[in-house]
Design a protein around this ligand. Structure first.
Ligand code: SAM
Length: 285
C-alpha cells in the first residue's frame, strides 16, 4: 500500500474524479459524432490504495479504482497505468485488471517518463489520432522530467500534474545556495531550465565589503515555494495553451507541499478545472 495519505490526498482524488466525470460527459457527445476514442493515462498509478491519516485502518481508495468505477454517461475506452515498483504494480493489477474484467486495461511496470513518450508517439500515430486523452501525473517527488512533458504539448490531452513545490523544489534549494551538482541537475531536468536561469530566480546576490575585502552574499528568496509554483506555471504555459489555477496541498502545519495543476489546449477544460479546484482551496486562490 502506498504511504503518504491525508485529507489533501483525498481532495486531490476528488478533484480528478470530478474532472473525469465532467470530461466524459462532454466527450460523450463528441465521441459518438466524430468517432473518437477516450484514453485514460495514469503515470504514477500506485498500488490501488493509499494509507490514510490513521495509518492502515482506513486506507483511501486510490485514483485508479475510482476512475475505473465511472460508467455514466460512459467510461474510457482504454486505461493505461504506469507503476515503477513491481510490488505495487502487482497489487494494482488486482484492483484494476482483475476487478474490471470487461474494461481494456494495461499496466506497465516501468518508468513514467518512458511511457509518456510512448503515449505521445501513440497519439501521433494513425490509430492514435482517433484518441483524446486524460492524463494524471501524481508523483511523490520530482520524478517527472520536463522533456517527457514536452512531448505531449501538441496533443489533445488534458493533464493533471502534481508539482512538488514544497516537498521537492524548495528542499533542493538550500538556504545558503550551496547546492550539489546532483541536485542542480535534478532541478534542471525537472524544470527544463539551465542552472544559470534557475538560480537567479530563487537567490539574490549582493556584494558586501568586509575587513578582508569584497565578498558575495547569497540570499534565498523568502517565498521560494510560491516562486517555484509560479515558475512551473509559466513553464507549463510555454507548452500548453491553458493552465488551471492550482489546488494547493498543505500539511497539518499549514506548510505548502504540492501544487496540483491541470493543463490543456482547450479553454473550456480549464474553466471546468478551475470551478472544481475552487471548492477545495481555502479561498486564497
Ligand atoms: C503518490 S503515489 C501514487 C498514488 C496513486 N496515484 C493513487 O491515487 O493511488 C506515487 C507512485 O509512483 C510510483 N513511482 C515513483 N517513481 C516512479 C516513476 N519514475 N515512474 C512510475 N511510477 C513511479 C511510486 O512507486 C508510487 O507508487
Amino acid at each position: 500500500m502506498n504511504q503518504f495519505g491525508g485529507n489533501w490526498s483525498e481532495n486531490k482524488i476528488e478533484i480528478l474524479v470530478g474532472y473525469a466525470k465532467a470530461y466524459l460527459t462532454i466527450m460523450n457527445k463528441f465521441a459518438e459524432k466524430f468517432n473518437w476514442q477516450l484514453l485514460y493515462f495514469d503515470g504514477f498509478a500506485g498500488s490501488g490504495h493509499i494509507k490514510g491519516e490513521d495509518g492502515n485502518e482506513n486506507p483511501i481508495v486510490g485514483a485508479a479504482k475510482r476512475i475505473l468505477e465511472i460508467d455514466e454517461p460512459r467510461s474510457f475506452d482504454l486505461y493505461y497505468f504506469v507503476e515503477k515498483e513491481k510490488v505495487y504494480a502487482d497489487l494494482l493489477h488486482k484492483v484494476t485488471v482483475e476487478a474490471f474484467p470487461n474494461k481494456k486495461i494495461f499496466i506497465a511496470n516501468t518508468d513514467c517518463n518512458q511511457k509518456i513518450e510512448s503515449l505521445s508517439n501513440f497519439l501521433s500515430s494513425k490509430k492514435g489520432k482517433a484518441f483524446k486523452a486524460l492524463a494524471y501525473i501524481d508523483p511523490y517527488g520530482m520524478q517527472l522530467n520536463w522533456k517527457s512533458l514536452e512531448t505531449l504539448q501538441k496533443h489533445s490531452v488534458d493533464v493533471w500534474i502534481l508539482v512538488p513545490t514544497g516537498m521537492g523544489v524548495n528542499r533542493l534549494l538550500k538556504k545558503d545556495g550551496d547546492i550539489s551538482d546532483a541536485w542542480l541537475s535534478r532541478l534542471e531536468n525537472f524544470l527544463g531550465m539551465t542552472k544559470e536561469d534557475i538560480l537567479p530566480y530563487f537567490y539574490q546576490e549582493a556584494k558586501i565589503y568586509t575587513l578582508f575585502g569584497e565578498e558575495t552574499k547569497i540570499t534565498k528568496e523568502e517565498n521560494a515555494i510560491e516562486r517555484s509554483a509560479k515558475l512551473y506555471e509559466e513553464r507549463l504555459n510555454s507548452l500548453f495553451k491553458f493552465v488551471s489555477k492550482p489546488y494547493v496541498l498543505k500539511n497539518k502545519m499549514n506548510s505548502v507541499m504540492f501544487h496540483f495543476f491541470m493543463v490543456s489546449n482547450n479553454k473550456a477544460a480549464i474553466s471546468i478545472a478551475n470551478d472544481i479546484t475552487k471548492k477545495y482551496n481555502d479561498g486564497t486562490i
